[in-house]
Unconditional design. Sequence first.
Length: 276
Amino acid sequence: MIRHTGLAKWRAAFGFRGTPEGRVPEPPAALGFIALVAVLFFYGAIRLQGLLGEHGVLAAEWLLLFVPALLFVVIGRYDARRTLSLRLPTSRALFGATLLALGALPLIWLIGWLQTFVLPVPREVLEGLQELMTAESLARGAWLLLVLAVTPAFCEEIVFRGVLLGSTKTLGPWRLVVLNGLVFGAFHLSFQTAIRFLPTALLGGLIAWVVWRTKSIWVGVLMHFFNNATIIALTSWESTRETFSDPEIAPPLWLVLGSAITVGVGIRFIQGSEEL
C-alpha cells in the first residue's frame, strides 16, 4: 500500500493524475529557477571538475541541471507533459530536425568567423578548446560523446527547452525564441569564450523554435546531440581539425549556400510535421 501511494505521488507530479492539467510555471518562477541553477552550476561545476576532472563535468550536468529541473517540476506540481514538451515526435519532425542541425553548423561557423573581426579569439583559448574536443582513439571518442554530446543534450535541454520554454509559451513564438536563445547563450558565456555567445544563442533559439513548433523536447535533444557530436567528429578528424576549429578561417561559399538550402528544407519539414 505504501509503495502504491508513493508511485501515485510520482505519477501525479508528472501529470498523469492529480496534478492540475496543463499547469506550467510562470515566467518569473522559471527565470528565477534558471538564475539559481546557473549560479549553482557555475560554482559547483568548477569544484566538481577540480575534484574529478572530466568526470566532474559529467556529474555537474546531471546533478546541477537535470536533477534540479526534475525537482522543480515535481515540487511545483506542474504538468510535466506540457512543461517539458514530452510529446513523441513524428518521423517527419525528426528528419526535419536532423536537416536543421546539419544545415545550421556552417551558418554558425560563418557567424563565428564574422565575429573575429570585432572580437579576436586568444590562441591559447583555441588550443584549449581543440584539445578538449579532440578524440585520438575510439575509446576517447566514445567518452567525449557521452560527456559533451549525450549528457548536454539531455541535461541542458530539460532546463532550457523544457522548464524555460514551457513557462514562456504564452509570449508568442518570436519573443520565446529570442529569450530562450539569449538565456542559453548567456549560460555558456565566460570571459575566455565570449565569442561563443552569439553562435550558441542562435543555436538555442533555433532549437527552441523547433521544440515549440513540434511540441516535443526530443527533437531538441536530437539537434543538440547532433550539433555537439558533429563538432567532436570534425575536430577529431585530422583532415578537418585545423580548418574547422579555427574561427579565423571562413567557411567555403558552397558550404554556406548548401547549408542555407538544407535549413530551408528542414524548416518546411518541421512546419509540415503538424499537418500529419
